[in-house]
Design a protein around this ligand. Structure first.
Ligand SMILES: Cc1cc2nc3c(=O)[nH]c(=O)nc-3n(C[C@H](O)[C@H](O)[C@H](O)COP(=O)(O)O)c2cc1C
Length: 146
């Protein structure tokens, strides 16, 4: 079975913890995983399965550690037609731009022909004190689609 590459974007660590937790669940279900926090595009295989986990900062913006990844996609136009991906966002519904980062990143990946698997999860920290909880439920269902 091919490796699932988890890509996290985070400022204070919440999304990183969620990505690590999701990876652990996937490993427990027999998948192999690699977790990359704030990778550059060069770190990633341009095929296979990605799982993007990112918080939102600024006004709907990507965390700084994912910005160069997104910029590289815009500048280099990689062909991502052999990439499928899952999408998990973490944000706060206090903001009009709730989970803006995962929505825009998902659009960027789709613009480059990557295909999403399953529904996007958007975790509202106003609703969940422990964001790993909804992520755990979501990934158990998501894994069934693989
Ligand atoms: C300065 C600031 C701006 C934020 N802007 C947004 C936003 O536009 N949309 C959103 O959904 N959440 C926003 N958030 C909430 C964060 O996404 C949320 O606190 C998240 O848990 C942070 O995760 P991280 O530690 O992985 O970065 C903002 C938080 C801060 C501190």
């Amino acid at each position: 079975m091919s490796t699932i590459t988890l890509i996290s974007g985070s400022t204070m660590g919440s999304a990183e913890y969620v990505a690590e937790h999701i990876a652990e669940i996937l490993e427990n279900h027999g998948f192999s995983t690699k977790v990359l926090h704030g990778p550059s595009l060069d770190d990633l295989p341009l095929e296979g399965l990605w799982l993007v986990v990112t918080s939102t900062h600024g006004a709907g913006d990507l965390p700084e550690n994912l910005q160069s990844f997104a910029d590289a996609i815009i500048q280099q136009h990689p062909d991502l037609s052999r990439v499928t991906f899952g999408a998990v966002g973490i944000g706060s519904s206090e903001y009009d731009t709730f989970c803006g980062a995962i929505r825009s990143l998902e659009q960027l990946l789709a613009d480059h022909k990557a295909k999403r698997i399953g529904d996007r999860l958007e975790i509202d920290i106003q609703q969940y004190e422990i964001p790993e909880d909804p992520a755990e439920e979501w990934v158990k269902e998501w894994a069934k689609l693989l």
